[in-house]
Design a protein around this ligand. Structure first.
Ligand code: CS2
Ligand code: MG
Length: 403
């Protein structure tokens, strides 16, 4: 099965997505997600200008060899742009191989290890009361794992919490907006939030929280310790992870499970944290961590240390990534949970998909391939719009704060 053509489709049905479509001489096409929030066009150019010319004429079945050629052959290894581009090719080739085999992708990954994939949702509120209501509302929708984030008294805007009634979108402006941050009110507020949420929802629901890398290691240790009574499923991105020793410090003080890795793009980002058992869940995902091929390697290393998967699944990862992640999640032995932040109706219309949600769980469907397609005519009606993630500055003096 020879690759005859490939193209990059950039569209913005509510938000920006970059999609790679590979065509073959068998008439089959494969799709891969290449979206890197806020840096979309860099990946589009990497694919268009540097990768696609190398793909034409290659055997689409040679997934591993193609991965190695793109990774090692570039000389310049790793990095989010490179790894998202490789991921798009890899995902499209797995899609093609599964279509050629007439099987859903999870069958090629070893078959199902479970009946369905547990997902967690986002319950965001302007204050504690509103967040409790949102947690209960999502519980009613059937979710068994719920991430709770709330506005913090004294802070005008908090990342991860929507303003007004609009659904939350991480990239909120065409130039980075600036949010004021203060650590002390946040550290006081979050335990109060989880006290209220746990009382309202009971013991049977998994509760999660995302710190978005805003704390120093010792502040993160304090929060992890203060949250112990509420028995979180995980505390995410408690401190930036470039230095794995920061997580050792948190570990020394708390038994709250830790998740990290949505910004990781390679096994090498995960290695020390996994091998030294400093984390419990690895959040690397298909699109940013080199595709299905590389994510399987990360999961296999994690399995040796009883670290489970918890793939990133925010709305800036396209339905193509979600479909691939669900096949991966259904098949991988050390699955933990999959993030589910539903896409807008516009996005879902551009990307028709076989995956489905049912009472807190998802299933990738039984369609050959990963089960996600793109309506190119509809996509063309939504041109790219520049959109950036915000930055944080300390409220009292304007110092740029983490991430
Ligand atoms: C978040 C995301 O889903 C998450 O856990 O951290 O909103 C993340 O900030 C965005 O995907 C960044 O693009
Ligand atoms: Mg996160």
């Amino acid at each position: 099965m020879k690759i005859t053509a490939a193209r990059v489709i950039v569209c913005s049905p509510g938000r920006n997505f970059v999609t790679l479509k590979i065509e073959t001489d068998q008439g089959l096409t494969g799709l891969g997600d290449a979206t890197l929030n806020g840096r979309e066009l860099a990946v589009a150019s990497y694919l268009q200008d540097h990768v696609i010319p190398c793909l034409i004429g290659r055997d689409a079945h040679r997934i591993e060899d193609t991965w190695q050629v793109l990774y090692r052959g570039a000389y310049w290894r790793r990095g989010p742009v490179t790894m998202s581009a490789i991921a798009a090719v890899d995902t499209a080739l797995w899609d093609l191989k599964a279509k050629a085999a007439g099987m859903p992708l999870y069958q090629l990954l070893g078959g199902a290890s479970r009946e369905r994939v547990m997902v967690y949702c986002h319950a965001n509120g302007r204050d504690i009361e509103h967040t409790v209501d949102e947690v209960l509302r999502h519980r009613e929708m059937g979710y068994v794992a719920i991430r709770a984030q709330s506005g913090v008294p004294g802070l005008a805007k908090v990342y991860g919490v929507a303003s007004g009634d609009q659904p939350y979108e991480p990239a909120d402006a065409d130039l980075p907006s600036e949010h004021a941050w203060a650590t002390e009110p946040y550290l006081r507020h979050v335990p109060r939030l989880f006290d209220a949420v746990r009382r309202a929802v009971g013991d049977e629901v998994h509760l999660l929280h995302d710190v978005h890398h805003r704390l120093t290691p010792i502040e993160a240790a304090r929060l992890a310790k203060d949250l112990e009574p509420y028995r979180l499923f995980w505390l995410e991105d408690a401190t930036p992870a470039e230095n794995p020793d920061g997580f050792r410090l948190i570990r020394q003080h708390s038994t709250t499970p830790l998740a990290v890795g949505e910004v990781f793009n390679s096994l090498w980002d995960c290695k020390a944290l996994i091998e030294q058992q400093l984390i419990d869940y690895i959040r690397a995902t298909v699109v940013h961590a080199g595709g299905i091929t590389h994510l399987r390697r990360i999961a296999d290393l994690a399995a040796l240390y009883q670290v489970r998967t918890g793939c990133h699944g925010a709305t800036d990862l396209s339905p193509v990534c979600m479909g691939a992640a669900l096949h991966f999640g259904l098949s991988v032995s050390n699955f933990g949970v999959q993030e589910h932040m539903p896409h807008s109706a516009e996005t879902d219309a551009v990307f028709p998909h076989a995956y489905r949600f049912d009472a807190g769980y998802m299933h990738p469907g039984e369609v050959p391939g990963h089960g996600v397609e793109i309506d190119e005519a509809l996509a063309a009606r939504y041109p790219y719009r520049r959109a950036y993630l915000p930055v944080n500055r300390l409220q009292h003096d304007g110092t740029l704060w983490h991430w």
